[in-house]
Design a protein around this ligand. Structure first.
Ligand SMILES: Nc1ncnc2c1ncn2[C@@H]1O[C@H](COP(=O)(O)OP(=O)(O)OP(=O)(O)O)[C@@H](O)[C@H]1O
Ligand SMILES: [Mg+2]
Length: 247
């Protein structure tokens, strides 16, 4: 059941800044990500969360250490910290762009895309351009785009950062539903302690630069998670514990 999906071994990352200074962004990162696991990563700004996701997505290379994928590493969905939509394409064209590039515009995938747009509250905006959307709507298009081709692994860098509290809760529940249905492996960066506790199987707490893993907290709350759970003692205790570890 709990087979490893990604093995991260002693990963270090040193950036050379434009003024020649060296920035140690990640130190000795060791982590086994299990298949179908939901992991959140929290930690102060600049501790290397985005760097770690970028390295996993092969958009950057570690200075040392290794990443081993159980299956191929090419089936990754990435939701960036900024929505990064193509401004000359409409909502619909942006959302289906990966299907187009991968040449998998099958009937099933197109129907799934419609469903995702509906779930994300984007019905009626298919023909709008990114500049005509709010920041939260743009981010929702980016999430739909990442889910459009049904990747095994989803790397999400503060995907809900630009959303209002209510939409954020709704998207969280929706993401959990998709995760349960499709057994995806998810790595989710957030600044919200309560969001991390609510969504995850495990929460990785990182310390300030040079970014390393401070502690890993197992969240043993039952599934499916419901909004009401946020008022239970167990949940409140997890939030408290995470806040303590974060300092
Ligand atoms: N391309 C780069 N060149 C030089 N330094 C970089 C580069 N990218 C990131 N860094 C540095 O690496 C460190 C980690 O950055 P990273 O973006 O991973 O942090 P983060 O944890 O995602 O922060 P935030 O919560 O603000 O998004 C920072 O000190 C940053 O200045
Ligand atoms: Mg970041």
């Amino acid at each position: 059941m709990s087979t490893t999906a990604i093995r991260i071994e002693d990963v270090n990352k040193i950036y050379k800044a434009s003024d020649g200074r060296e920035v140690q962004a990640l130190t000795h990162i060791d982590l086994n990500v299990k298949k179908s696991e939901f992991i959140s990563i929290i930690g102060p700004s600049g501790c290397g969360k985005s760097t770690l996701l970028r390295i996993l997505a092969n958009l950057d290379t570690p200075s040392s250490g290794s990443i081993t994928w159980e299956k191929s590493a090419d089936n990754i969905g990435f939701v960036f910290q900024d929505a990064t939509l193509l401004p000359w394409k409409t909502v619909y064209q942006n959302a289906k762009f990966p299907l187009e590039v991968k040449k998998i515009e099958t009937k099933e995938n197109m129907e799934n895309l419609d469903k995702l747009l509906e779930l994300a509250g984007l019905k009626g905006f298919e023909k709008a351009y990114p500049r005509e959307l709010s920041g939260g709507m743009r981010q929702r298009v980016a999430i739909v785009r990442a889910l459009s081709y049904n990747p095994d692994v989803l790397l999400m860098d503060e995907p809900f950062g630009a959303l209002d509290a209510l939409t954020r809760d709704k998207m969280g529940i929706e993401l959990l539903r998709i995760w349960t249905e499709t057994k995806k492996t998810i790595l989710f960066v957030t600044h919200s302690i309560s969001e991390a506790a609510f969504l995850s199987d495990r929460v990785i707490v990182m310390s300030p630069r040079p970014g390393k893993i401070d502690e890993i907290i197992d969240i043993n709350l039952p599934h499916p998670r419901t909004v009401e759970m946020k008022e239970t003692i167990e949940f409140v205790n997890y939030v408290k514990k995470l806040r303590e570890v974060l300092g």
